[in-house]
Design a protein around this ligand. Structure first.
Ligand code: B12
Ligand code: SF4
Ligand code: SF4
Length: 439
């Protein structure tokens, strides 16, 4: 098999496994490695000490896999359409990702959204006939060169104009869920799903003489840099990797291989003069285009940071209890986003049926049961309840005070302190309200 034929076969395999794009970057030191080193030197990674371990390896694939020639970059769409608050439920349990129903009223509010069909009958891995890909695959899978049917503005250098957003997928509806969880965590952990797919691809390449190291967020690879190098997308000012068709709502995964596959051309920047993500960020975590201070990012504060949330960020966190999608929601390139064919990321009914107050009653056991297979289980009960208390402090009422007072007596000081803060916030709001009523 020639390298070009092998690459085509690999792309067909990736397509059959359910990936939305697959590109090749040469296994060379990451183009923006100096920025990464500077970011570490400035301490912007906060408590994520693992990022600073062996930074040379993270920026040079040949130090991770001696003899590496290519980095295979894969994208998997997780977008489920609709608003940042799931307003209904898919009725699917974590174990039945084949459910056909969907949550949210997005199809009625979003004339631009055409979910790829049929979600219910599509297997999540390995069973589709690559010879007859469904329509969404023909659109996204180009391997190299120009997309077959680019969206209307794909050739434009400027992002779509903001006024075009009124009927788009990002239109935010009044919340019917009293909290927000980042979309990627609405249901099952993506690592489990994607790792299985990567193993299949790696086995395929082993059969063709390669040695591989597959990673999805799990290894020392600067994934977004290699994605830009492979032409999969470009590094947006939000630091998100943007794909012309998928927008930002996709996971990245990489396979380092010793096989010398023909590389794709790097992507060019299509942010233009837009700065919507920078303006939208509630904590000014995007300090300049493509510069992020993770210590200010709500995703870091609610997921990665294990300690108390600094007081200066608590109000800005609002009702977010796990992660943050605000700079993604703001991005005009998400106007083209199409719903994922992976039902495993649909909002989990059992999770979104809860109120914030319900979460306060979780024990270690019920926490583990509620978040089985979910990425949220990773942060464990104390950090989760810490986040819940902050959201209640920002949105709760006097009715929430008794449950918060019980949490304030929790033996874990992290939970206790955040619950006390929430009670004080709610009481202060109530007193202000009374003062206004009386005045
Ligand atoms: C640490 C980490 C975080 C940290 C720090 C984020 C950050 N911006 O650095 C925190 C916890 C804050 C975080 C948050 C989120 N994360 Co995160 N995170 C990572 C992780 C593990 C490492 C990222 C890293 O090395 N950061 C250090 C900085 C310096 O590197 P970087 O942001 O990747 O930036 C480099 C490239 O962008 C590159 N670059 C690429 N193209 C271009 C072009 C130009 C012109 C320039 C100048 C630079 C450039 O230059 C930079 C320096 O080398 C990656 C997985 C991985 N192994 O890469 C996932 C990853 C980046 N996260 C991901 C996601 C989904 C998120 C969230 C959306 C989750 C959420 N909803 O809460 C948010 C988004 C916040 C944001 N705006 O980035 C996805 C992103 C997918 C995508 N489409 O971009 C990844 C790739 C995980 C995955 N496998 O899918 N994350
Ligand atoms: S994820 Fe949220 S807090 Fe982090 S940079 Fe984006 S908008 Fe800001
Ligand atoms: S919102 Fe940010 S990432 Fe998206 S196009 Fe505008 S500048 Fe680029």
């Amino acid at each position: 098999m020639t390298p070009a034929t092998l690459k085509s076969a690999l792309i067909a395999q990736a397509r059959a496994l359910g990936f939305d794009d697959c590109r090749i970057a040469p296994a060379q030191p990451a183009a923006h490695r100096a920025l990464f080193q500077q970011w570490l030197a400035e301490g912007k990674h906060g408590d994520m000490a693992w990022l600073a371990r062996n930074p040379e390896r993270r920026t040079d694939p040949t130090l991770v896999l001696p003899g590496a020639k290519s980095v295979i970059v894969l994208a998997l769409n997780y977008y489920q359409g609709g608003t940042s608050y799931p307003s209904g439920s898919d009725q699917s349990s974590t174990d039945s990702p084949s459910s056909s129903s969907s949550y949210s009223n997005s199809s009625s509010i979003n004339p631009l959204r055409h979910p790829p069909a049929p979600r219910a009958s599509q297997p999540s891995s390995g069973l589709r006939d690559p010879a007859s890909p469904p329509d969404w695959e023909r659109r996204y899978f180009t391997g190299s060169g120009t997309p077959a049917t680019p969206p209307p503005s794909a050739s434009a250098i400027q992002p779509p104009a903001p006024q075009q957003l009124s009927t788009t997928v990002n239109h935010r509806q009044p919340p019917s869920t009293p909290f927000r969880i980042a979309r990627y965590a609405w249901n099952n952990d993506y690592h489990d799903l994607i790792e299985a797919k990567l193993r299949t691809l790696a086995d395929f390449l082993t059969a063709h003489g390669g040695t591989q190291r597959p990673y999805v967020d799990t290894g020392p690879v600067l994934e977004r840099d290699f994605a830009s190098e492979s032409g999969l997308g470009w590094g947006g000012k939000s630091t998100m990797q943007i794909h012309r068709h998928l927008g930002t709502w996709f996971f990245l995964a990489d396979i380092l291989t010793t096989l010398d596959l023909p590389p794709d051309a790097p992507a060019t920047d299509h942010c233009g003069k837009c700065t919507r993500c920078i303006t939208a960020c509630p904590t000014q975590a995007i300090t300049a285009p493509r510069r992020m201070d993770a210590r200010r990012c709500i995703s870091y504060l609610t997921i990665e940071s294990k300690g108390p949330i600094p007081l200066e960020f608590r109000h800005a966190i609002g009702d977010r209890i796990y992660g943050c999608d605000t700079c993604l929601d703001a991005c005009p390139w998400n106007r083209h986003a199409q719903a994922s064919h992976e039902a495993t990321f649909q909002a989990r009914t059992t999770l979104f049926q809860h109120t914030l107050r319900d979460f306060l009653t979780l024990t270690d056991d019920t926490f583990r049961a509620l978040f089985a297979k979910s990425p949220i289980k990773r942060i464990k009960r104390p950090a989760f309840l810490r986040n819940v208390c902050v959201a209640l402090g920002n949105t709760g009422t006097l009715e929430d005070v008794p449950a918060l007072e019980a949490a304030a007596a929790d033996e874990n000081p992290l939970i206790a302190e955040h619950a006390q803060w929430a009670v004080a916030e709610i009481r202060a709001r109530a007193a202000e309200g009374q003062a206004v009523d009386n005045g």
